[in-house]
Ligand binder design. Structure first.
Ligand SMILES: Cc1cc2nc3c(=O)[nH]c(=O)nc-3n(C[C@H](O)[C@H](O)[C@H](O)COP(=O)(O)OP(=O)(O)OC[C@H]3O[C@@H](n4cnc5c(N)ncnc54)[C@H](O)[C@@H]3O)c2cc1C
Ligand code: SF4
Length: 332
């Protein structure tokens, strides 16, 4: 499958990159077709080959050394440039020691070959997908288009008026649980947003990111006591998950201070489970409390689509993953 024709730009500074993104026509509001960012390229090139993206211009982030550093913060936290490769972050002793749940999530992404190219920013901004988008252009040609190809239709849920493609990137749930914030820049300025507020439950507009903005850094606050990330894939080895969970909480044993529970890969955005976390905070991490928390998940999972498996099966996976993660936290 040939790549659609395009011009590749290789800025060497962030300011040039932001200027090019703005000059090449990335409007403030709408997701743009004419210009796309490329970091490691493991996903964007795939989507171009499938003709979901056909940008006239690609802007590479690979020469932006400003975005390839990991800085130590005075409180013990880290500020990570989004163009850092996943393989380098997995090898960073500070991430291994202070943020092992993030390391687990990074290691869960694809294979070492892909992590060798793929970046943290590309993973955070990964496009949503479904079984229809996973097929070639030729395969799709015999069928009508969908919302992602400018048609008013969804093949996966034909009765729906919006796209339900799934966000199954691995690092976002871990970063949400760890309380990370994102630095987002454009020629218009800079803003900082908790990653928990970055994702939106819409397969077409799944990020609160304007077309002229770049996610430049991820800031992790000082490490917390206990955190885990668990991913479930139908096949062992390299695969996107059909359910992933990240949990963090302070305290020891059954004590649970400030718990955060995030479930991902079942919707267009990761879901923060508020009521189950409240139950754990009040009742601790005993078996009864864990079961009570799981019972309260249903109300917060929202509409679980039947992408990559039946909705009931996915709900069951979500419960099993949360139970497993809470028990692991208890024994840490
Ligand atoms: C075979 C295969 C298996 C895979 N398995 C997994 C998996 O198990 N788990 C998983 O999470 N992913 C998986 N992926 C997807 C992908 O490889 C990874 O998510 C990777 O981290 C993407 O990073 P990248 O730098 O290559 O992104 P790119 O392809 O360069 O970019 C991805 C998207 O993010 C945007 N983008 C990149 N950087 C920024 C930024 N700083 N600011 C704003 N937008 C930005 C791009 O414009 C593009 O839309 C898989 C891919 C393949 C091909
Ligand atoms: S979920 Fe529906 S609208 Fe979204 S990409 Fe898949 S087929 Fe298209």
């Amino acid at each position: 499958m040939l790549l659609p024709e395009h011009t590749l730009h290789k800025p060497t500074s962030l300011s040039d990159c932001l200027q090019q993104l703005s000059d090449l026509g990335a409007g403030e509001q709408e997701r743009h077709d004419q210009v796309q960012l490329v970091a490691g390229g493991t996903d964007v090139i795939f989507n171009m080959r499938l003709k979901f993206f056909q940008p006239d211009h690609l802007i590479s982030l690979r020469r932006l050394h400003e975005l390839q550093q990991v800085e130590e913060l005075p409180d013990g936290g880290l500020r990570i440039g989004t163009a850092c490769r996943l393989v380098d972050l997995a090898d960073d002793a500070r991430i291994q020691q202070r943020f092992p749940a993030l390391r687990q999530a990074i290691d869960a992404v694809a294979s070492v070959h892909i992590r060798n190219m793929g970046t943290l920013g590309g993973n955070i901004c990964l496009e949503t997908r479904c079984w229809y988008t996973n097929n070639s252009d030729d395969w799709r040609e015999g069928r009508a288009g969908c919302f992602k190809t400018d048609c008013e239709h969804c093949h996966v849920i034909p009765s729906s008026e919006q796209c339900h493609a799934i966000n199954n990137a691995d690092t976002p749930p871990a970063l949400i649980a760890l309380g990370a914030t994102l630095t987002i820049q454009s020629v218009r300025g800079c803003r900082v947003l908790p990653i928990a507020e970055f994702y939106q439950p819409d397969g077409m507009a799944h990020m609160a990111l304007a077309a002229d903005e770049i996610v430049t850094h991820v800031t992790l606050p000082a490490s917390i006591d206990r955190a885990v990330f668990i991913k479930y894939t139908p096949r062992r080895g390299m695969d996107f998950s059909i359910g992933a969970v990240a949990v963090r909480c302070d305290g020891q044993g059954e004590e649970a201070i400030d718990p955060v529970i995030v479930i991902a890969s079942i919707s267009s955005s990761p879901i923060i489970l508020h009521k189950p976390a409240e139950i754990i905070a009040e009742q601790g991490l005993g078996d009864d409390a864990i079961e009570a928390a799981i019972e309260h998940m249903r109300g917060e999972l929202g509409e679980v689509t039947n992408l990559y498996g039946r909705a009931t099966y996915k709900k069951q996976i979500a419960k099993t993953l949360v139970r497993r993660a809470l028990r692991q936290i208890r024994s840490m």
